[in-house]
Design a protein around this ligand. Structure first.
Ligand code: IMP
Ligand code: MG
Length: 190
């Protein structure tokens, strides 16, 4: 795609979740996490790159001290359906998570393979607890059972973008979650 980032409108079928709705929901997720981790040693781990916008807003809604760190993973077999479900770490944490309470912060859980793999890898490092907070959940696409403790929004099986989620690496900056017009954009097989 070679076009300016203001060009997103031609891919946009509808705005699914607007800025105000995101803000309100993230405020209540933050309040919930604040209550659940009061007085605990909490670390938020953001999975790059889609989780970045969510992390920065969520952490401002959490009013108990916490650290943050980042990791990135990629699926085996880029461009093809990731049937193995395995992912590899392309950027690892700088933090030792042993004996810490950890929340993984994700943009979206779709098939569940990414988060299942990350949970497996991080469990071997013996955190005190390990939970998942995802902004979006496409439950109807799930191929593997994954425990999700905090969900922003349950959404239908539609390809979405904005607020951290990309279309070919663009439009992560949009302040809302939009639905892609399938006539104008073919989602990658991930
Ligand atoms: P899973 O391993 O199938 O759960 O895939 C999760 C990853 O697929 C997310 O972290 C996103 O990067 C990507 N993904 C899934 N659905 C969408 C979508 O609707 N828009 C943008 N990215 C998506
Ligand atoms: Mg992602």
């Amino acid at each position: 795609m070679t076009h300016e980032s203001t060009d997103y409108q031609r891919f946009l079928a509808e705005i699914l979740i607007d800025e105000a709705a995101l803000k309100a929901r993230i405020a209540s997720l933050g309040a919930e996490i604040t209550r659940d981790y009061q007085g605990e040693d909490l670390l938020l781990i953001c999975i790059l790159r889609g989780g970045v916008m969510f992390l920065t807003d969520l952490m401002r809604a959490i009013h108990t001290p916490h650290g943050i760190d980042f990791m990135a993973v990629s699926s085996y077999g880029v461009g093809a359906r990731n049937t193995s479900g395995q992912v590899r770490i392309t950027l690892d944490l700088n933090t030792d998570i042993r004996n810490r309470h950890v929340i993984l912060v994700e943009d979206i859980v779709d098939s569940g393979h990414t988060i299942a793999s990350v949970l497996d890898m991080l469990t071997t490092r013996q955190p005190k607890s390990l939970k998942v907070c995802t902004l979006l959940n496409k439950a109807s696409r799930r191929e593997v059972v994954v425990p999700i403790h905090y969900v922003g929004f349950d959404i239908e099986d539609k390809f979405v973008f904005g607020y951290g989620l990309d279309l070919d690496e663009l439009y992560r900056n949009l302040p809302f979650i939009g639905v892609v017009d399938p006539a104008r954009y073919t989602p990658p097989q991930h």
